[in-house]
Design a protein. Structure first.
Length: 330
């Protein structure tokens, strides 16, 4: 079956598209991708495996100190004579995916995996410059998936991934131990056929684990997803900077009402969402005052307080002494 994917890096509009197809070029190892000067650098590893499976790993390193913003980075356009199963797994970084065929935008900031079932694909990938990116992709004919894991497991997997029809994109939470399997196929110490054999083994291990994960009972899977969701939320809140997040926006991304999100978070971690953020930021301020040299005013602003007075009051209520006492060595 004829299929191909064309990549075009949007920051260098005049660069030639990179075509990945089975009948085309061979493997590419540490291939530099065209990036606009001053943005950083990108590289691609690509391998063709048995049964016309393809895997690639894309890394992007942004220039230190670059403003945090969403940047349109790449287009993925392709078509096939047979439905294709495509997986995008992020180990690091954040992306927004614009499916221009379905006119939908999907954000992966919750560390979810992206799955596609398509005969024609037209995606635009945006990256967040606040964090370096490491992404792995796996593509195969849908018939290959049926041959590898069987009809029953394939049907259960597609149902669990919400890929019940052609031309669909889905974001799903996947345990990091499964995600890492796909990335581990790009180990740097092997070359040639041994490197390809290792990647093949990791892909098979990934597919078995992924199908097993979605073959679990519906109730246990729902509970596992719920736990993962709040672990992801807690991790996201720990790394927030500046103003407090909008609760309604957070709730919308997690698919619940603002009240439900706050109540469920409180049941999970025994404190409200904003109480958790306040404690995390005050703890960070305490550490900065103890070990750093920045002024109280600078530290107060860094943890989201508009003035020193409100910061001093919150700090004193939290620790029982004012922030200035740390600087006086008391």
């Amino acid at each position: 079956m004829k299929s191909n994917l064309n990549f075009r890096w949007l920051t260098e509009a005049y660069a030639e598209p990179l075509q990945l197809d089975w009948e085309g070029r061979g493997d590419m190892s540490a291939t530099t991708l065209p990036i606009a000067q001053g943005m950083g650098y990108s590289s691609l590893d690509h391998m063709r495996l048995a049964l016309k499976m393809e895997v690639c790993q894309i890394s992007h390193h942004f220039v230190p100190g670059m403003p945090t913003q969403w940047l349109p980075m790449a287009e993925i356009v392709g078509k096939s004579s047979e439905p294709q199963f495509l997986v995008r797994e992020f180990m690091n970084g954040k992306s927004m995916l614009h499916d221009r065929q379905l006119d939908t935008k999907l954000y992966d900031e919750l560390r979810r995996s992206t799955f596609h079932l398509f005969e024609a694909i037209d995606l635009q990938v945006w990256l967040n410059s606040g964090e370096d990116v490491a992404m792995a992709m796996l593509k195969m004919d849908i018939s290959t998936l049926y041959n590898l894991i069987g009809e029953a497991y394939t049907q259960n997997l597609l149902k669990g991934l919400n890929l019940g029809k052609a031309q669909v994109t889905s974001l799903q939470p996947v345990p990091s131990k499964i995600t890492r399997m796909l990335h581990s196929g790009f180990s740097g110490h092997l070359t040639g056929s041994m490197r390809r054999l290792q990647a093949q083994a990791r892909v098979l291990e990934y597919l078995v684990s992924l199908s097993g994960h979605f073959a679990e009972s519906k109730g246990s899977r729902r509970e596992a997803c719920k736990t993962q969701k709040f672990d992801d939320l807690r991790d996201e809140l720990r790394h927030l900077e500046g103003n407090l997040p909008n609760l309604e926006e957070l709730a919308r991304r997690y698919g619940v009402s603002a009240r439900t999100l706050n109540e469920q978070f409180k049941r999970e971690f025994q404190q409200s969402l904003y109480s958790f953020i306040a404690h995390e930021r005050l703890n960070a301020a305490h550490a900065a005052l103890t070990h750093g040299k920045h002024s109280i005013k600078v530290i107060a602003g860094a943890v989201g307080f508009s003035n020193v007075s409100s910061f001093t009051k919150a700090f004193t209520n939290r620790f029982g002494y004012p922030p200035g006492s740390l600087r006086r060595g008391k």
